[in-house]
Design a protein around this ligand. Structure first.
Ligand code: ZN
Length: 192
C-alpha cells in the first residue's frame, strides 16, 4: 500500500488488516469478508480514542477499496450498471451490501450504493447514514443509501434514497432504481 502517512503500517492477520502506528499502537483495522452475492466487503473498526484514529482508518480503508475495485473492475460483470437489489440477504441481519461503480474507462470509483432494503422511514435512513459516516467523510465520489420500496411492484416501486457523500445535507427522497441507473450512466460518461 502506498501513500500511507509516516509511522503507519498495515499488517495482515488472516482476514484482518491491522493498522499500526509507530510499530506498536494498534489504531484499528479492516476486516475483509465475502458477501452472499460473491462480492468482497471491507468492514473497518476504530480503536479508542475514536476521534484521533478515525481519519487514519478511513484513509487506509479508501486505499484498500480503490485497490480492490481496480482489481475487480477487470472482470466484465462488475462493469454493468445496476441499482437493483442484491439477492439472498438473510432477513433481519444487519448486513448492508455495498455496490461500488468503477469508471468504464479509467476504473476509478465514480459512485457507491449502500442497500438497506429494510429501512422504511426517513429516520431509519438517517440512522444507516450515521453507520456509513466514516466512508462518506472520505469518499471522493457520491454515495447513496437505497431503502425500502413504496410497493411490491418492481416496475413502478420507488425506493427511499439518501445521498450521503459529496452532498452531505441531502434529504431522504423517493426514487425509482431506473433513475439511479440513469444517473450512474451519466456519471460514467462524464468522468473522464
Ligand atoms: Zn474515468
Amino acid at each position: 500500500m502506498k501513500n500511507l502517512p509516516d509511522g503507519i503500517t498495515v499488517r495482515r492477520c488472516g482476514k484482518t488488516y491491522v493498522i499500526v502506528k509507530n510499530m506498536k499502537e494498534e489504531i484499528g483495522g479492516i476486516v475483509v469478508r465475502g458477501t452472499s452475492t460473491g462480492d468482497t466487503q471491507l468492514e473497518p473498526y476504530v480503536n479508542e480514542p475514536q476521534h484521533k484514529n478515525k481519519k487514519l482508518v478511513a484513509l487506509v480503508m479508501q486505499q484498500m477499496t480503490e485497490a480492490l475495485i481496480i482489481n475487480e473492475a477487470k472482470k466484465p460483470e462488475h462493469l454493468r450498471r445496476d441499482a437493483l437489489p442484491p439477492v439472498n440477504i438473510p432477513k433481519g441481519t444487519e448486513v448492508f451490501e455495498t455496490k461500488i461503480f468503477p469508471c468504464s474507462k479509467c476504473n476509478k470509483i465514480i459512485a457507491a450504493l449502500v442497500f438497506a432494503w429494510e429501512s422504511g422511514s426517513p429516520e431509519e435512513m438517517e440512522i444507516i447514514a450515521t453507520k456509513f459516516e466514516l466512508e462518506a467523510s472520505i469518499a471522493t465520489y457520491p454515495m447513496w443509501i437505497l431503502g425500502a420500496p413504496n410497493c411490491n411492484d418492481d416496475e413502478i416501486a420507488k425506493h427511499l434514497t439518501l445521498q450521503i457523500s459529496e452532498n452531505k445535507k441531502g434529504k431522504v427522497y423517493w426514487e425509482h432504481p431506473n433513475d439511479m441507473n440513469q444517473r450512474l450512466v451519466e456519471l460514467d460518461e462524464k468522468h473522464c
